[in-house]
Design a protein around this ligand. Structure first.
Ligand code: NI
Length: 136
């Protein structure tokens, strides 16, 4: 069931509102209401992640294809965190580099522990964790 939309008034100083409208335009939001809702949700996700609450996300890793011990180590870590991994996609970026995208869903603390473990493997060139709503 779709939640009922409610209206409320917001007062901002003119300079802040001018910057907000520029932000809305740059980010491609249709209107202020949509932008405010997006910022509130983003803040809730950040807060949930910080407190170990449920999140979904993706860990993206780039590593040296020629170092086979890196591949094995990354696989071992993923097997140890199977409970929060939804899927993993491997992309052969070029002759030397592999890109791996690991989709995750679970408590923020466990997601972070997995991302940290993958990031710290010797031979991983770069790694990012992108966190979003778990859907609730
Ligand atoms: Ni590859």
């Amino acid at each position: 069931m779709k939640a009922k939309l409610l209206r409320f008034g917001v007062s901002l100083d003119g300079e802040l509102l001018r910057k907000f409208d520029a932000f809305i335009s740059a980010e491609g939001y249709d209107n202020r209401s949509q932008a405010i809702a997006g910022l509130i949700r983003k803040e809730f996700i950040t807060d949930s992640f910080a407190h170990g609450g449920p999140v979904a996300g993706a860990v993206t890793i780039v590593y040296d294809h020629h170092r086979r011990e890196v591949v094995n180590k990354l696989l071992d870590i993923q097997h140890d965190h199977g409970g929060i991994i939804i899927s993993a996609q491997h992309v052969h970026l070029d002759h030397d580099n592999c890109l791996e995208i690991v989709a995750v869903k679970g408590p923020g603390a466990k997601v972070k522990a997995l991302a940290d473990a993958l990031k710290s493997v010797k031979g991983v060139k770069h790694s990012t964790l992108s966190v979003t709503s778990a859907g609730k």
